[in-house]
Write a protein that binds this ligand. Structure first.
Ligand SMILES: Nc1nc2c(c(=O)[nH]1)N[C@H]1C(S)=C(S)[C@@H](COP(=O)(O)O)O[C@H]1N2
Ligand SMILES: [Mo]
Length: 314
């Protein structure tokens, strides 16, 4: 765990949560005029401004970090969601066009009982937890997010993975009517995990953050969160989860295999070919901090990679 000296603590980090939430609502209200203007300018439907929906009941998780959480505003305006543009502010401006209802998620492939789940059934039936995780992007920024979700394992168990299933592929929504047509990546954005990584209790399917339904820019209505891997593993707007015998192609590995591997575990000792991975900056905090092996989750996950050469399997 990171212990902070008081001098290192940003004012935003010590704002009591209630005050902070209040300010967020205030920001939401005060910003609405500007947002509505921007929305009209960018041709967004009015639905993009729908009021946040509370999720409850939420069980707190013992797997949560107690570190200061990244402010809601930062989490929802500094995003990577390339289907909606490559600028950090583009997803917040453009992802409102995505309709997240009706929405189904197919869980298929090497399963005894493959099934299509309606997102509202998942929201109703899955016991929802609040899981506060560090997440580190390969671009060397990080954040602390109070996710709402449920373990991926609990969903996978419902379809009875076959013995031949060794990997899991995540396929995300792609609609060229509302998303970029530029072939920045091989759309739809896909990701993958080994089955044991997918079944690990830390691996989460998120449906919300800060107690509310996920904003579209953060991957509504369902996105993956794997806290010991670089942020790009956490596929947004998932429409299918496939159990497979062989490793799936993943969007970033396909586009630049020498830069992004299948595993993509956070590793301060293995640099990206174009920059160091030894340190990171938390969003909203200029101070550099050391990056931790497996993003600080080594105690829980290092055993998954025993005997592997993490320089080769990056
Ligand atoms: N479908 C899709 N999912 C995606 C991405 C994307 O471009 N498209 N970007 C990834 C990257 S690079 C990161 S760092 C995280 C960012 O999640 P956040 O915006 O909620 O912080 O989403 C990941 N999931
Ligand atoms: Mo990322």
């Amino acid at each position: 765990m990171l212990i902070k000296r008081p001098a290192d603590i940003e004012p935003s980090e010590i704002t009591p949560r209630a005050l902070f939430e209040d300010r967020r609502r205030f920001v939401l209200k005060a910003g609405l005029g500007a947002i509505a203007g921007a929305a009209l300018w960018h041709g967004l439907p009015r639905a993009a401004q729908a009021a946040p929906v509370k999720l409850s009941p939420l069980t707190p998780s013992p797997l949560s970090t107690t570190e200061a959480q990244t402010p809601y505003k930062a989490l929802t305006t500094y995003n990577n969601f390339y289907e909606f543009g490559t600028g950090k502010e583009d997803p917040a401006l453009n992802a409102g066009k995505m309709q997240t209802r009706p929405w189904t998620v197919k869980v298929e492939g090497l399963a005894g009982k493959p099934r299509t789940f309606d997102i509202d059934d998942l929201l109703r039936l899955a016991p929802l937890e609040e899981r506060i995780y560090r997440l580190r992007c390969v671009e060397a920024w990080s954040m602390v997010v109070p996710w709402v979700g449920f373990p991926l394992a609990s969903l996978l168990k419902q379809v009875d993975p076959l013995g031949s299933a060794k990997y899991v592929e995540f396929v995300t929504h792609y609609d060229p009517q509302i998303m970029t047509r530029r072939r920045i990546l091989d759309w739809p954005y896909t990701e993958g995990l080994r089955l044991d990584e997918a079944m690990h209790p830390l691996t989460l399917l998120a449906v919300g953050l800060y107690g509310e339904v996920l904003p579209n820019q953060n991957g509504a209505p369902l996105r993956l969160v794997v806290p010991w891997k670089y942020g790009f593993k956490s596929a947004k707007a998932i429409v299918a989860i496939r159990l497979r015998e062989t490793p799936p192609a993943t969007a970033w590995n396909t586009s630049a295999p020498q830069e992004y591997g299948f595993y993509s575990n956070v590793n301060p000792e293995v640099d990206h070919p174009r920059w160091s991975q030894a340190t990171e900056r938390r969003i909203g905090d200029l101070r550099k901090r050391p990056t931790m092996m497996f993003n600080g989750y080594a105690d829980q996950v290092a055993s998954l990679y025993q005997g592997m050469d993490l320089r080769k399997d990056y």
